[in-house]
Write a new protein. Structure first.
Length: 335
């Protein structure tokens, strides 16, 4: 087990380092020497310690001090032209594990594909590779499935997190997202072959008590990685177009303060569930359980979803956000 030095030990080591180096001018000279060896000559911290007669802890401390004081500047220039400045600001503002922000293209479909592609890259890069991944359904997740690298996680088990049985045949979002995630990885998929929203809370209870459905929902709770889309509340909502809601239901939710949905649950500006009735009839993972995931990846693009994305961040339903520049600016401009 690795033990970190306590405050007293750290303070004592700092004092010893100051005594050994002497003046501030001398300290800065040594920081430059260490930085050149580490960044330009690619020496290890252990090698530098031996060369300069220091400990590895002292070398690490001086490297950190060199960055903090501006002697060393690290510029991150991603090849995908991501907005790293906005990413860092989002992580600081909302306490995210990671944020990925893509430039706006001026065309909604192109921007969505750009965001979805970056989300696919991020999922494929996770280490250690997750063995069990949960996904929601809808346009955004469908786009992400198209851009997943072939063989992104061979043998992965993908489970659908919310009900997706289609009630209406339309040209809207694909409901076979879990299968497509799994196919790209040469893995397997477990589906939740029930409606997203049923007619009564009793029907939901009966379905969830069924052993087959119960096992799928248990798998959803066990996932350590979840990828979810965030829905807007409009006639373009996937839940409206899939036949789960009508115009009257939509207006009632808007009146109640709903700004969008996550996993089929309608939420207000702060991420609270706004309709107990709809919630009692919705089948799938509760958004609150996303807080327990090591990686709860929210993927969203477009102005219509701005308020819903912010609500999910405030409620801490997601800890990784993949989005576009306009959404990031909206999130940072609002207190």
């Amino acid at each position: 087990m690795i033990r970190k030095p306590g405050k007293a030990a750290t303070a004592n080591a700092d004092e010893q380092l100051s005594v050994r180096i002497g003046s501030q001018e001398r300290r800065e000279q040594i920081m430059v020497q260490i930085a050149k060896r580490y960044y330009n000559l690619e020496h290890t911290q252990a090698d530098i310690a031996d060369e300069l007669g220091l400990t590895r802890w002292q070398v690490g401390r001086l490297l950190r001090e060199a960055r903090e004081s501006g002697i060393v500047r690290v510029d991150i220039i991603p090849r995908s032209t991501r907005r790293v400045d906005l990413e860092s600001a989002l992580q600081q503002r909302y306490g995210l594990c990671e944020a990925l922000v893509l430039p706006d293209t001026g065309e909604d479909e192109v921007t969505l594909n750009s965001v979805a592609q970056e989300a696919g890259r991020y999922l494929a890069s996770l280490q250690p590779r997750p063995q069990l991944v949960g996904v929601s359904w809808g346009r955004t997740m469908s786009a992400m499935a198209r851009w997943l690298p072939v063989g992104w996680n061979e043998g992965v088990h993908v489970v659908l997190l919310n009900g997706a049985a289609n009630l209406r045949d339309n040209d809207g979002p694909s409901h076979d997202v879990a299968e497509r995630f799994a196919q790209a990885a040469k893995g397997t998929a477990t589906l939740l072959p029930v409606p997203a929203i049923v007619g009564s809370s009793k029907t939901r209870q009966v379905l969830e008590e069924d052993p087959v459905i119960g096992d799928v929902m248990r798998l959803g709770r066990e996932t350590t990685v979840a990828c979810v889309g965030i829905g807007s509340l409009s006639e373009r909502s996937v839940l409206v177009q899939s036949g789960y809601m009508d115009a009257d239901s939509l207006q009632a939710l808007l009146k109640a303060g709903a700004v969008g949905d996550i996993l089929g649950r309608f939420i207000d500006e702060e991420g609270h569930i706004v309709s107990p009735d709809f919630d009692a009839r919705t089948i799938g993972l509760s958004p609150a359980l996303l807080r327990d995931k090591a990686h709860a990846i929210g993927v969203s693009a477009g102005k219509a979803k701005h308020r819903a994305v912010k609500a999910c961040l405030l409620a801490r339903y997601i800890n990784v956000l993949v989005t576009d520049e306009a959404t990031a600016n909206y999130l940072l401009e609002r207190p």
